[in-house]
Design a protein around this ligand. Structure first.
Ligand SMILES: Cc1cc2nc3c(=O)[nH]c(=O)nc-3n(C[C@H](O)[C@H](O)[C@H](O)COP(=O)(O)O)c2cc1C
Length: 212
């Protein structure tokens, strides 16, 4: 195929996908079939990356002891975050569920290589952070491809990146980007959970252009 045209129906469905993609924290126990997980990784790897460096590394966390250690680390970081909020916000914070670590059947940690040999440094001289941004794009590809297949993804950032690297025994040169909970959501929703809980809401100004 030399080019591809997308139908109006497809564009409508893509819009639905963007609307229904959620950060998921409540999962069914049912595992996602292996070929589907492999397919998601494949889609993630199609993301754009600076210099075609593909700096992301997706790690399947399957070992129970490591998972437990990650969960304990989350609880430690969550308690510390909770303690820093002023009293009124702290009360609301305590009511939020900020990870699906206990119920998600799959844990996927995403790291990146800060100085990847692949891509030969192209595009990074003035903006070395572009490797991080490339990794975010791979995660977002993964997230959208998962949503399209009825699979939920929850991004957990309430973790210490160095501790997480140690628990997972990754290459000490890699840096942590995300810890993803993956599985079938208990209740798909059109509204972000933080909006449902009145923590924050999407602001219309963020979909307005700024002109200069
Ligand atoms: C970089 C990043 C880090 C996030 N970290 C967390 C987290 O630690 N815990 C959590 O519950 N949600 C986390 N989220 C999810 C956001 O809270 C969520 O995307 C936002 O509330 C909007 O909801 P939606 O993704 O369902 O549209 C994170 C999202 C991003 C992009």
């Amino acid at each position: 195929m030399s080019s591809v045209a997308f139908s109006a129906d497809f564009i409508g469905e893509l819009d639905q996908l963007l609307r229904w993609r959620r950060d998921v924290r409540h999962f069914k126990q049912q595992a996602v079939p292996e070929p589907i997980l492999q397919d998601l990784l494949h889609r993630a790897s199609m993301a754009p990356s600076v210099g075609l460096s593909q700096p992301w590394r997706f790690i399947r966390v399957e070992d129970n002891d490591r998972r437990l250690a990650i969960h304990r680390e989350f609880e430690r970081c969550n308690r510390a975050a909770h303690a820093e909020f002023p009293a009124r916000d702290a009360e609301e914070y305590a009511r939020l569920k900020l990870s699906g670590l206990q119920d998600a059947p799959h844990h996927i940690a995403v790291f990146f290589v800060p100085e990847p040999a692949q891509g030969r440094g192209l595009g990074r001289r003035t903006m070395p952070q572009t490797v991080e941004w490339s990794t975010v794009m791979a995660i977002y590809n993964f997230w959208l491809a998962a949503t399209a297949r009825g699979i939920g993804v929850g991004w957990v950032s309430i973790l210490d990146p160095v501790m997480t690297g140690q628990i997972l025994d990754v290459d000490p040169d890699w840096e942590m980007m995300a810890y993803l909970c993956v599985g079938y959501p208990t209740s798909p929703s059109e509204m972000p959970e933080l909006e449902k809980k009145n923590w924050a809401a999407r602001h219309p100004d963020r979909s307005r252009w700024i002109y200069r």
